[in-house]
Design a protein around this ligand. Structure first.
Ligand code: NDP
Length: 317
């Protein structure tokens, strides 16, 4: 089967598009014929070696397609089911073996591209706004990269929950898009200091990391919650907990979707909310571009160059 993988971690030039053996499902696993694969920042981290894995590292942690076969002890899905999933690596390929409990059946009304686009960023926005810091009416939140794939979904869910949303973005065009998603205020943080405008926040959702982390702490009210959930500008350097006390007895967490979708019930709750809201028109996805699987390197280049807004997908079959 065709797959995109790295033997040696590094730049996009290390991505290989070549044949690998088609995997077969073991106990508790399903073989999915991938139709669409989501591109996420986590793929960049695996490619670069920020998140280690044994080679060959087939990239992609999100996909949608049809179950072709199941291994022993699988009861929740069967051959022919239309499914989507996140947080099982290997979706930049024609076939992927996925733990069956992680598969969500998608309704006939949801096409494969939408299924693939919704899962990872949608469930992330869900856990951040509903579980890590459950927003309630009147709360104020700061959301960095608010026009990005994950950011724009956090903005929309925060508004659904009645919060006041301040977003940051890199450009004027992205500012328009963040407003369109419902952000009450948008700061272009490449031009202005966001700490001047974003003050007294209950929570900061920070996926940018190194370049925003310390300033984000200054935007919080005493006992506010700093949610550092990504490293788009690089990992946050070492940090003394005493700073949290000095800046107002702040809370800090560094969450991962894996720990917020660790049971079938929790995963179904999040995925079904996201898919239902999309179906009802309450949550809008924006597909930035669909690339052929062979052009995964171009998708990575675009994502890392901050040129994209919304979701990047690979069309696999
Ligand atoms: P995005 O579509 O948000 O793309 C990243 C955005 O980050 C860019 O468009 C850019 O927006 C902003 N950015 C700021 N500084 C930089 C920089 N130096 N280099 C590149 N981008 C920068 O990507 P995703 O939605 O896929 O992911 C967003 C973040 O969320 C990532 O950090 C990812 O790791 C994290 N994440 C974490 C999860 C978790 O469970 N912990 C799960 C899912 C995602 P702008 O130009 O507006 O600044």
């Amino acid at each position: 089967m065709k797959a995109v993988y790295v033997e040696q971690t590094g730049g996009v030039e290390n991505l290989k598009y070549a044949d690998l053996p088609k995997p077969s499902p073991g106990a508790g696993q399903a073989l999915v014929k991938i139709v669409a694969s989501g591109v996420n920042y986590i793929d960049v981290y695996f490619r670069k070696g920020v998140y280690p894995a044994p080679p060959p590292i087939v990239l992609g942690s999100e996909g949608a397609g049809t179950v072709e076969a199941v291994g022993p002890d699988v009861t929740n899905v069967a051959a022919g089911d239309r499914v989507a999933y996140a947080m099982a690596r290997g979706s930049y390929a024609e076939y992927a073996v996925v733990p069956a409990w992680q598969l969500v059946k998608i309704p006939a009304s949801v096409d494969f591209q939408t299924g693939a686009a919704a899962m990872l960023q949608g469930m992330t926005a869900h856990y951040l706004t509903h579980s890590t810091y459950p927003l309630k009416p009147g709360d104020s939140c700061l959301i960095h990269a608010a026009a990005g794939g994950t950011g724009r979904l956090i903005v929309q869910m925060a508004k659904m929950l009645g919060a006041h949303v301040v977003g940051t973005v890199g450009t004027e065009e992205k500012a328009k898009q963040a407003k369109d998603c419902g952000a009450d205020e948008v700061i272009i943080y490449t031009k202005e200091d966001f700490t001047a405008k974003a003050k007294g926040m209950h929570v900061v959702y920070d996926s940018v990391g190194q370049s925003t982390f310390m300033k984000s702490l200054d935007c919080l009210r005493p006992r506010g919650m700093m949610v550092s959930f990504g490293n788009a500008s690089g990992p946050v350097p070492d940090f003394a907990p005493l700073i949290l006390s000095q800046k107002g007895s702040l809370y800090l967490t560094r969450p991962s979707l894996a720990n917020y979708s660790s049971t079938a019930d929790e995963l179904d709750w999040r995925a079904n909310d996201v898919l239902n809201w999309i179906g009802q028109g309450k949550l809008r996805l924006h597909i930035h571009k669909v690339y052929p699987l062979a052009d995964a390197a171009e998708a990575h280049r675009d994502l890392e160059s901050r040129k994209t807004t919304g979701k990047l997908l690979l069309s696999v079959s």
